[in-house]
Design a binder for this molecule. Sequence first.
Ligand code: 26Y
Length: 810
Amino acid sequence: CGNYQTMRTWKSKKEFKELFVKKAEVLFEKSVKELSHKEVYQIIATMIKDLVTDEWIQTEKIYNHKRVRQVYYFSIEFLLGRLLNTNLLNCDMENLCRSALQDFGFDLEEIFPEEPDPGLGNGGLGRLAACYIDSMAALQLPGHGCSIRYQYGLFDQRIIDGQQVELPDAWLRNGFPWETKKSDKAVDVRFGGHAYMRPGKGGTLVCVHEHYNTVRAVPYDVPVLGYQNHTVNTLRLWKAEYTRENMYGQLRYGDYRKALQYKDQAQQISRFLYPNDSTYEGRKLRLMQEYFFVSAGLQSIMRHYKKHYGSPKLFDRYIALHINDTHPALIIPELMRILMDEEGLSWEDAWRITTNSVAYTNHTILPEALERWSIPMFQELLPRIFLIVDEINRRWLEAVQQRFPGQEDKAREVAILWNNQVHMASLAVVGSHSINGVAKLHSEILKINTLKPFYTWFPERFNNKTNGVTHRRWLIESNPQLTELICDTIGKDWIHAPEKLLALEPFGNDAAFRERLAEVKQKRKEILAEYLHKERNITINPHSIFDIQIKRMHMYKRQLLNILHVYHLYRQLIENPGMDIVPRTFIFGGKAAASYGEAKITIQLINTVARLIDQDYRAARKLKVVFLENYNVSLGQKLFPAADVSEQISTASKEASGTGNMKFMFNGAITLGTMDGANVEIHQEVGDEHSVIFGLRADEVQQYYQQGGYSSWDIYNSDADVRRALEVMEENPMFGQLREALLDRNDEFFVLKDFKSYCAAQQEIERRYRDADGWFRSSTVNIAHAGHFSSDRSIQEYADDIWYLSPVKI
Ligand code: 26Y
């Protein structure tokens, strides 16, 4: 097998430098002195890809040779973030690279920002997928990602006059050095046409699908490196292209216009990522995207499986298919189609294999995010898939009717086809063997509310897998200063076994350790302040409390509650200029879906309050509000390490899990949160003493909903602080819409209801911050207990309980 000990390393700085010089010549025909920073980035990325090529091939060979069981993680989003630093860390080559570049007169830290941030995702769901493939490789599990190679990622956010403006994100402009195009592995995906059943041999029925259009799916593979091991898994991203045959076919019928239209439509499929997080977008192109990558991915898996593993009858023994929310749920009818139409299996065999292979993760209980497609559109676009879904639905409802004869309402609750719509969550539940939520509370709510009728049918399918984040990116890579302190204190074992961070807990009582921790935090705050000053022309006080809320803009996440409290503080301050408060910097960041009016106005409101305070000398020394443009993974990596306070203030029951909360925790921030999503488990880990919890509980919120809500006017009328806070909305008629949502539309997200309790919690934060010893003791306890929220823990649970996967040494 060769000497793999040395494969993923440049043997010496000398070797690195020689290769570097050669690459500069080959790629750019330049000497080292002439290279731009961007070119240096491209050279190193290419060198790393060369470096891992052999291991990539070797990993694949060993999987095939041993016929190991593998998982494919289907997700319509992978929010990767930059890869250079991650890959250097995974190869353990960061120091060598830094020092070699220094000899050439370059600073590695100045090279990192040259990499465009691949934003192939909206938020939590897409970033989770990226953390999960990182952990699979780190744990040496045979697992791969499957998604779309969007030409444009999530839009670039600009703030102009306080308002969000969206610009296209042409992240591929200068190419993507981590990918390899695999033209010979392209597959064809069919859309449209007519499908019907006709009698085949021996009384069977066979399907005829004709007059369809073919779109070519071309895979681009990105290597996923394990952490300092030799595993290299694959993230396969599909690009849509037209096929000449299909276009010529249209021309043969004499329709030039149709031929061009076809070409355009085919290429359109992988053009844009849908920038809508949590609201269902009923668009035809979106459905095409979903079928496109599912069909392409599954066809290529099946082809590979048959070549190396054998009979399709044993597919489920070797292959696990995971769907990240319902967006890839068409994998269920697509696998049925392949097994029956292409492999000749019976319905019964195909169904058993399909349900044994597929597992589904739900990420939301918001009804507006549950996918439903209009049947006429679905049928026109995917006629063969529709026939299969129709039959799945027919057999399923037959079973329901047998158990509950004559009870129409039972069928309505669980039908896949209902009201002229395809219900994707119902399809996903009926067609998989495992259904999980993403935090304990969320998984419970699925059972008792959202998916209750299904839970009574299949209790054994339901389980919880609390989310996690990769501590390699979110601690080791983002916060080297804290990493060094932890290693100095408890050694390095925690890097491979993050739960061992617990060994840090006793050091919370060690004054010398706390002092060093305080120094690290101070350093990270200064780094952030300097960056904001240099790159964004924003001045913040590094000796103030950094209080940060960074996530998508959404009413249920309640950025509105946060800014109303800031305004409340401001008004207190100007009415009482001598008020003794610890200076605070409130930092916000997040994108609003372009069509989400209220979320966009909230951005405007935050910027209005920011300006108000900046222009008022009575407040500006104590308070500062910053809305950071274009929050993305890279900016996150600068913010989490600098945070004192982690704002996790969603309306209880609404945030399925949250993952930012975990990134803050790894970096020693204190959670200020509601009992929602994974906050509940963070609180369970660190207790009341080391987190600050406020607001209605999930069951109380649900109770109010059942009663038709609460009266926000009552609170308004009885609470002078609330009335005064809402005066901020008189600044601009634009804010009328928000005011209406809070008062006339009865405050769906309990902002006013939780206001008092939030203000008290903020006071508690300040009280605790004044006691530096207590604060850094809490900070230590949070870091110590963060190990539980590593995605390594989550992925181990998925591997054990859902995928039945074992690690493979490479
Ligand atoms: C249907 C379509 C428009 C759609 C697109 C994206 C629907 C939902 C989404 C994204 C959802 C999402 O990001 N959900 C988040 O998933 C995280 C990972 O599990 C959770 O931590 C977070 O609470 C949840 O909001």
